[in-house]
Design a protein around this ligand. Sequence first.
Ligand SMILES: Nc1ncnc2c1ncn2[C@@H]1O[C@H](COP(=O)(O)OP(=O)(O)OP(=O)(O)O)[C@@H](O)[C@H]1O
Length: 484
Amino acid sequence: MNEQQPLRVLLVDDERIALKSFANLLESLGNAVPYRASSLEEARQILEEVLIDIAFIDLQLSQDIRNRDGLTLIQELRERYQTVPIVVSGHSQVHEVREAMKLGAEDYVLKTELEQRVSIILNALRRKLELKEELLDLRARGPADTTLGLVGTSVSIQNLRALIQRVATANSQELFPVLIHGPTGSGKELVAQAIHKLGPHPSDPFFDVNCGALAETLIEDQLFGHVRGAFTDAHTDKEGYFTLVRRGTLFLDEVAELSLSLQAKLLRVLETRRFRPVGPTAREQLFQGRIVAATHVDLKERVREKRFREDLFHRLNVLRILVPPLSDHREDIPALVQHFAARQHRPMQFTQRAIEQLSRRPWPGNVRELRNAITRLAILAESESIDVDTLELYLPLESEFSLGGALSDELGQMVRKLLALPVKDRLDAITKAIVLAAVEQARGNNTEAGKVLGRSRKFVERYLKKLAKGGKDSPSEEEDEEDS
Ligand SMILES: Nc1ncnc2c1ncn2[C@@H]1O[C@H](COP(=O)(O)OP(=O)(O)OP(=O)(O)O)[C@@H](O)[C@H]1O
């Protein structure tokens, strides 16, 4: 571990004087930064803001001897953080200490021997972190396994590669469809490309259609093509992907967003291997390629909601591949960081603590969010060396950037779809649709509709009034004051 990086030590004790003298002790030992909490709530708050390495927890966090906050904290540390919990106890608390150890406390120290034991415990932790970092270093320096374009050596990624291999090379005349399921940004498209490259016809085309981003008519035209005269602007014949793909791969991303009418048409193609371009004079053709469909939503749920055809679901679901969220293969994060860093226009060297910190983060937007984070650092960080402070400056833990990944991805897709709608004054139309949907969801209760929108009842009322008068604008921010 980098000697410059002091340990972050959380001290939890309801007695402020004890806290202060413990903090002084730590400061006198050097190379450790104390964070003080006098209650469970304060401790939780600090843990949300700072990556704490070790916590010394007094089990008795209240005058009430039945209080179990210390034990709760130990349990939370074990479940949600990588902080090492150490119990601080009095002589008479044997029973509680035993319970704390069962919950996952790593060690305990008697209040009377704090001075002698604390530096031993901290040095042991430093050594442990050093070894862990050396291991991470070795992994990161070794050649990254990028077989099939997928970086990672975790069991999840190895299983994924094995499954891709089996699916792509299945000994069958027919190119069975494949359904890829996984959260946003997890690598579904990469998997589809790998299936294509390993499949029997890698030199035929790979086409990618985002079913969530285009209007229905555009998707239909892209897939089926048209003949001259099929519609006003159809001056010539145009071949669609079903033709152009030959024996290659047609990747239908966000397949759950396909309209019901296109779902019916796709089903027919899958069942008969035949399709007809748009236009009355079009002749039926043969589809020879493979459909690889991807989704991040639960298609069975969509079937239950009657938004996705059950017969199409079963057709697609013959060969299914699950792509894991990044949180299921954190051990690949060091290699992924090096992989994305190597692709930047400037050199970047991550300190071991920075890599370790990146490995602990939640990454709700998965590998894409990690990739974007590295790009962001490449643009913003001044120095070649990226340490924990640089991360905290440019990728703060609670930032919208780090936590909004999945959300902003989904929103982005919806917005692209909305913007493709053939509607005049799109912004007004979209606002109107959202407000009316909120009112409908709230069954006409404007206060509830306001809550759904994150606005006040008055905002909703004014908006509806303006709509009734034929006005299109939403009420201004100033008009959106809280209800009294
Ligand atoms: N295991 C991996 N190794 C290397 N790069 C990866 C890996 N997984 C994902 N990526 C990269 O992460 C980014 C997002 O991946 P991809 O577009 O395949 O995700 P997706 O699941 O299709 O996303 P969406 O649901 O938004 O369509 C891409 O740049 C991809 O190359």
